[in-house]
Write a protein that binds this ligand. Structure first.
Ligand code: ZN
Length: 310
C-alpha cells in the first residue's frame, strides 16, 4: 500500500538513490561502482538511520546496446527486453515487494527514445499493482532534453496520475538545468526535482528567483560532498561556490526556502577524495546532521512527493 503524507512527517528521507540495472560503461572504463543490489541499498539506508529512500534504476537500460552507446553515443535496441527499463523497473518493484522493503519508495525510469506507448501502458499497469511515487528521467543518457516534444507523453502521464518527476542535471545540451525551468513553466501542475543542485548554475537560480511561477521546482543535493568537491572547481562566474558542504546546504536552503531536498545518489556517493580517503554514505549523513536541516529536508521531501499545501 502506498504511504501517506502523514507517515513521512519528521522522517529522514533520502530523495535520490539507485538500485537494479547495471552501468556497463563504468565496467568498461574501470570506474566504480557499476551496480547496486536492492538489499545492499536497504542495508545502507537503515544502517545510517534514514527512514525512507526514493529509489530508481541505474541508467542505461539493458533495452539499449551498451557497447554502441559507449563507442558511438547512439541508442540502438539490444533486443534483450521489449521496451526501455522494462527489466530494471520490474525487478525493482518485484524485489521491494518480495523482500517487503517498505522503506524504499520507487520511482519508475523512462526513456523517450523507443517504445513510448509500451512504457506508458506498462506504467499504468504497474500503478495498479505496486505503490509507485514518481518518475525519473536521465536526459544525458537518453540524449534528449525534458522540454523536447518527445517527453510530452510522460509529462501528460505525470499530470494525470499526479506523479512528481526527478530529472538528472548536467552541463550538457540535454540535462542543462535551464531546460528544466522551461519544462516547469510549461507544466506548473507537475512537481519536478532538479537533481545534483541544478549544477549550482547561476542563471538557473537567477531565473528561479525572478519568477513566482516556479513553485513546482525542487532541487536535490545528491551527492552533497561529492558535488561540493566537484563544483568548487567550476567557473565562479557561472556557478555558485560555497566554502564547504555544510555552508552550501545552509545558504542554499535559506535562499531557496521549501525547495532543497537531501539525496545521497547512492551508490555514486562513494568516492576517493583529494586526501585519498574513501568517502561513503555516512559522511553525507553527518553533513546534514551538522547543518540541523533534517526537519526542513523532511518537509520539503513530503511536499515534493505529495504536493505543496496552498
Ligand atoms: Zn543519480
Amino acid at each position: 500500500m502506498k504511504l501517506k503524507k502523514q507517515d513521512l512527517v519528521g522522517k529522514k528521507i533520502d530523495i535520490h538513490t539507485h538500485c537494479t540495472g547495471v552501468m556497463l560503461d563504468h565496467l568498461i572504463n574501470q570506474k566504480y561502482p557499476i551496480a547496486q543490489d536492492i538489499n545492499d541499498l536497504s542495508n545502507i539506508v537503515i544502517g545510517n538511520g534514514i527512514d525512507y529512500a526514493i529509489t530508481f534504476p541505474i541508467p542505461l537500460s539493458i533495452y539499449f546496446d551498451h557497447i554502441k552507446f559507449h563507442n558511438e553515443k547512439r541508442l540502438c535496441p539490444s533486443n534483450m527486453t521489449d521496451f526501455p527499463f522494462q527489466a530494471e523497473n520490474l525487478t525493482m518493484l518485484y524485489s521491494i515487494s518480495k523482500f517487503n522493503l517498505t522503506h524504499l519508495l520507487p520511482f519508475l525510469s523512462v526513456s523517450t527514445r523507443d517504445k513510448v506507448n509500451e512504457q506508458i501502458s506498462f506504467i499504468r499497469d504497474m500503478l495498479q499493482q505496486y505503490p509507485i511515487y514518481g518518475l525519473k528521467y536521465h536526459s544525458s543518457m537518453d540524449l534528449c532534453a525534458a522540454n523536447e516534444k518527445s517527453f510530452e507523453p510522460f509529462a501528460n502521464l505525470a499530470m494525470e496520475c499526479d506523479l512528481p518527476i526527478l530529472f538528472h542535471t548536467k552541463m550538457d545540451n540535454y540535462a542543462n538545468p535551464m531546460n528544466l525551468l522551461d519544462f516547469a513553466k510549461k507544466y506548473p501542475e507537475i512537481r519536478i526535482c532538479a537533481a545534483h543542485l541544478a549544477q549550482l548554475y547561476k542563471p538557473f537560480y537567477e531565473e528561479l528567483h525572478s519568477d513566482i511561477h516556479y513553485q513546482n521546482v525542487f532541487i536535490d543535493c545528491a551527492p552533497l560532498s561529492r558535488n561540493h568537491f566537484a563544483m568548487s572547481a567550476m567557473n565562479p562566474n557561472e556557478h555558485l561556490i560555497f566554502s564547504n558542504p555544510v555552508c552550501l546546504i545552509k545558504e542554499l536552503s535559506n535562499e531557496n526556502p521549501g525547495r532543497i531536498l537531501w539525496g545521497s545518489d547512492a551508490p555514486w556517493n562513494r568516492y576517493v577524495n583529494d586526501q585519498n580517503r574513501v568517502v561513503e554514505y555516512p559522511d553525507d549523513v553527518t553533513l546534514v546532521d551538522k547543518s540541523g536541516l533534517w526537519p526542513k529536508f523532511s518537509q520539503n521531501s513530503i511536499n515534493f512527493l505529495f504536493g505543496i499545501p496552498r
